[in-house]
Design a protein around this ligand. Structure first.
Ligand code: ADP
Length: 642
């Protein structure tokens, strides 16, 4: 025996150990899914072999018929799942079965709450894979040999605890992977032909590979000759396929049941939960392809992780080519799962080729449209759409910037909080807003703030309340950026209420316009005085048309960046060009009246500065000199009590 072949014991990677532990302790209420996971892995292994054999046909050895076999032994308490797919060599077994290579795993494990119910859902979103073996088995053995390697290069991987596994080199004549599960006492129900057959039907009917089990023995015929029994004993056992074994997406829609669609989704997505919706289409003509696109119910744990895998499973003429083909959908639809099977692409297509092929662009446009249509349909039912929006709304908001061509379609999918119903739940559409617009209103108004309450209570909304105009309440980081790219909807400009001079056009009566002019005129002195004392803090001071109840507010210039966007970028450490706000005063407010009457220049300066700081605070802004604000305010309060 060479040193290489010797048995070696290794520890699991920390993350793998944690995942294993979770698997054992959180999923016992949904044990049977291990079948789906292991059959899914075996099917992937067959896909990989088929793909590798395109350029190396000898990999089939003398065994070209790919299949999965499931056996059990109730006495020995074992369940065996064997495939003749690509297999693993010793190093691969150590790497693939002892570590988890997914990006964001550590973060995912950190998010585990310890609440089994919640955790088991999260694990579902993460995908459990091979470790699901440990839900039903406390001792797992894997025998594998990589296609093309010699029989002596097999590997035997074994794990009996939660901390360690062992590997040794063994002879394995047939290529592929065999997993032997030594069932726990509470999982012996799986060592049963009837149970297994129904699980395979349930979870693996859509797998294009036959999943075989021993042919069921025909019932004994009374009075049959003894000789026949002897022949039956020596003959090789006969297997039969238990599942339908055709690539599901090739079947006509009418022939596929909802259950089958759902199970296939779980296979391609490694998700536990049912999908929300799907769209299955065959396209013929200049391009010839089939697509099956799924809308998941829950966002994956790593949706905002840049390195997270995304994209569709690509097949060419039913041969698996690659996972995570990103080229078929834009980034803002990265949560879509599914399959695309092309009849035009070459079997040796690579990621590089996909990036350059103009046909892929055409497919990408068509698939994007399919998804947007599917979402448009879902959006017609507010109750069905609400959970989707909650999970994926933020990602959809990236759309208008990335996909300008579909801007209008995406805009219809957006949902916001608004002053119409004053609900924190983002449930109102731009279409609805436009329908509610007042006679003479030509803009869609929005306010952006750090959170819902700040937005709702922003002083900027005062005049809109007075006039009965609806304002969108934007509270997510992506919102202002979205508005910047959207710019208009249905021919109506989107207007930040905290930006520039408000022009209500026809909405202001002649009388109101006159009043505003008079107010501006009669307060010219006050404005000039304030401008002087706050010269280094503001770019301009003027009489407001925005406020009814508050004494003052700050506004950004027409061409300046929105205040909330600025705060976000500053927090992210970006250097911002110096830009001072415009300070607006409400001369009808008693504090401003008092300010106007103040003859002591020091006190005037203090009060003006306090009003400016308060205006900033009311918008959720941060003060440059909070201690100075407190001192000035306290000074004024003390004077008040004299
Ligand atoms: P995932 O399938 O999500 O990658 P798993 O834990 O299920 O995670 O499997 C880890 C890796 O182990 C797989 O990516 C694959 O490389 C390898 N593997 C698992 N099962 C098989 C199998 N039956 N044949 C060949 N390789 C396998």
């Amino acid at each position: 025996m060479t040193l290489e072949a010797q048995k070696e014991t290794r520890g699991f990677q920390t993350e793998a150990k944690q995942l294993l532990h979770l698997m054992i302790h959180s999923l016992y209420s949904n044990k049977e899914i291990f079948i789906r996971e292991l059959v899914s892995n075996a099917s992937d292994a067959a896909d990989k072999l088929r793909f590798a054999a395109l350029s190396q046909s000898n990999l089939y050895e003398s065994d070209p018929e790919l299949k999965i076999r499931i056996d059990f032994d109730a006495t020995a308490k074992t369940l065996t799942i064997a495939d003749n797919g690509i297999g693993m060599n010793r190093d691969e077994a150590v790497e693939h079965l002892g570590t988890i290579a997914k990006s964001g795993t550590a973060q995912f494990l950190k998010d585990m709450s310890g609440d089994e119910q919640k955790d088991s859902q999260l694990i579902g979103q993460f995908g459990v894979g091979f470790y699901s073996s440990f839900i039903v088995a406390d001792h797992v053995e894997v025998f594998s040999r990589r296609a093309g390697d010699s029989a002596s290069e097999g590997v035997h991987w074994e794990c009996t605890g939660e901390a360690e596994f062992s590997v040794e080199s063994v002879e394995k004549a047939d290529r592929g992977t065999k997993i032997v599960l030594h069932l726990k006492d509470d999982a012996l129900e799986y060592a049963d032909a009837f149970r297994l057959r129904s699980l395979i039907k349930k979870y693996s009917d859509h797998i294009s590979l036959p999943v075989e089990m021993l042919k069921e023995a025909a019932p004994a015929v009374p009075g049959a000759e003894g000789e026949e029994e002897t022949t039956a004993e020596t003959a090789a056992p006969e297997y039969e396929a238990v599942n339908a074994a055709t690539a599901m997406w090739t079947r006509p829609r009418a022939d596929v049941s909802d259950e089958e669609y759902k199970e296939f989704y779980k296979h391609v997505s490694h998700d536990f939960a049912d999908p929300l919706k799907w769209s299955h289409n065959r396209v013929e003509g200049k391009l010839d392809y089939t697509s099956l696109l799924y809308l998941p119910a829950k966002a994956p744990y790593d949706m905002y992780n840049r390195e997270a895998s995304r994209g569709l499973k690509l097949y060419v003429q039913r041969t698996f080519i690659m996972d995570d083909a990103e080229q078929f959908l834009p980034l803002y639809l990265r949560f879509i799962k599914g399959v695309v099977d092309s009849n035009d692409l070459s079997l040796n297509v690579s990621r590089e080729i996909l990036q350059k092929d103009p046909n892929i662009d055409a497919m990408r446009s068509a698939l994007t449209k399919r998804v947007l249509d599917m979402l448009g349909k879902l959006a017609k039912n507010a109750d069905a759409y609400a959970p989707f929006w909650k999970e994926f709304g933020q990602v959809i908001k990236e759309g208008p910037a990335e996909d300008f061509g579909n801007k209008e379609k995406i805009a219809k999918l957006l949902r916001f909080s608004t002053t119409f119903n004053n609900s924190e739940v983002q449930s109102e559409s731009l279409t609805g807003y436009v329908e509610r617009m007042k006679e003479g209103q030509d803009k869609i108004y929005y306010v952006a703030a750090e959170n819902y309450n700040t937005a709702k209570n922003s002083p900027h909304l005062e005049v809109f309340r007075k006039k009965g105009l609806e304002v969108l309440l934007l509270t997510e980081r992506v919102d202002e950026w979205l508005m910047g790219h959207l710019q208009d909807f249905d021919g109506k400009q989107l207007q930040d209420v905290g930006k520039g001079a408000l022009d209500f056009g026809e909405l202001d009566s002649d009388e109101e316009k006159k009043e505003q002019e008079t107010a501006a005129k009669s307060n010219e002195d006050l404005v000039a005085r304030v401008k002087k004392v706050l010269a280094d803090k503001v770019q301009d001071v003027r009489v407001t048309t925005r406020l009814t109840d508050s004494p003052a507010c700050v506004v950004v210039g027409d061409d300046d960046m929105g205040a909330q966007m600025r705060r976000i970028l500053e927090q992210a450490g970006q250097a911002m060009p110096d830009s001072k706000p415009i300070f607006e005063l409400n001369p009808a407010h008693p504090l401003v009246v008092k300010l106007d009457q103040e003859s002591d220049e020091d006190r005037f300066g203090d009060l003006a500065a306090v009003l400016l700081d308060q205006a900033n605070l009311a918008e959720g802004g941060h003060l440059e000199d909070p201690a100075g604000y407190v001192q000035r305010l306290n000074k004024l309060l003390l004077e008040l009590s004299h």
